[in-house]
Design a binder for this molecule. Structure first.
Ligand code: OMP
Length: 266
């Protein structure tokens, strides 16, 4: 089975489209994991224990792991999530010339899916797209305020915005049924336009929670015609109980709250 078949099964099993981001900011880790050998892994383990029954997926962002202990923490985290039956997207936003991209694609030896940046064009993504068993989420319309700087430029001769063009091209690259798009929940009009452009692709929709995005629109437009897609929240879940000794339980409750809220719109 490919990534999106596994994801569909996981969404059914948990009745959830919540993707829990795992970005263990060292400045925000609780005291009781700081003394551990690998604090980020110790933190993630407790977060996974508390949230997995509500998690369709986990999404560690590589930026929080890019040192030697960090990579170990990431590998432990992915293996532990797999032990709980939860697929993992490594949010690495890779994209480089083919020779380099082939090295980056090794992430998919241990993770189930990856986020990629399409700016360098199709050949830069080919090493990821060729992994028929893995998911490839192409950045399309990002959730940050500067997302509009380039992505909302109108393309002369195409009568569409750059982000729509990316969506259409990514859809053409979906020869192995393994392509999804990253579209933020903070720009609802764009989210709707991308869904109209590509009815069949699953979206990973970040930006609800800490970034204040629209949860209803995230579900309405983020899921494809088969109900497959993910709505991600990171800080809103993992740091929900930041000032409490019961921080892990608070994360579990936050994941459940988001699941219940999103399910109102499915
Ligand atoms: O690719 C992503 O996941 C991503 C794309 C995007 O447009 N916006 C966005 O916030 N993200 C990531 O999603 C996570 C959002 O975290 P929170 O704002 O704490 O929920 C971070 O890891 C971001 O890097």
């Amino acid at each position: 089975m490919g990534f999106f078949d596994d994801l569909a099964a996981r969404i059914d099993a948990t009745d959830s489209v919540v993707c829990v981001g795992l970005d263990p900011d060292p400045d925000r880790l609780p005291d009781d994991v700081r003394e551990k050998e690998l604090p980020r892994w110790a933190f993630n383990r407790r977060i996974i224990d508390a949230t997995h029954e509500h998690a369709a997926c986990y999404k560690p962002n590589a930026a929080f792991y890019e040192d030697s202990e960090g990579w170990r923490s990431l590998r432990e985290t992915v293996a532990y999530a797999h032990g709980k039956g939860v697929p993992v997207i490594v949010d690495a936003k890779r994209g480089d010339i083919g020779n380099t991209a082939r090295q980056y694609a090794d992430i998919l030896d241990y993770a189930d899916a990856i986020t990629v940046n399409p700016y360098l064009g199709r050949d830069s993504l080919q090493p990821f797209l060729s992994r028929t068993d893995a998911g490839v989420f192409v950045l399309c319309r990002t959730s940050n305020s500067g997302g509009k700087d380039f992505q909302n430029l109108e393309l002369a001769g195409f009568d569409e915005y750059l982000y729509e063009h990316v969506a259409r091209r990514a859809s053409e690259w979906n020869e192995n049924d393994n392509v999804g798009l990253v579209v933020g929940a903070t720009s609802t009009d764009e989210l709707e336009r991308v869904r109209d452009t590509v009815p069949d692709l699953p979206f990973l929709v970040p930006g609800v929670g800490a970034q204040g995005g629209d949860a209803e629109a995230a579900v309405e437009f983020g899921l494809n015609e088969n109900g497959v897609g993910l709505v991600n929240s990171t800080r809103g879940i993992i740091f929900a109980g930041e000032d409490s000794e019961e921080w892990a339980a608070a994360a579990g409750q936050a994941a459940k709250r988001l699941k219940d809220r999103l399910n109102q719109y499915r």
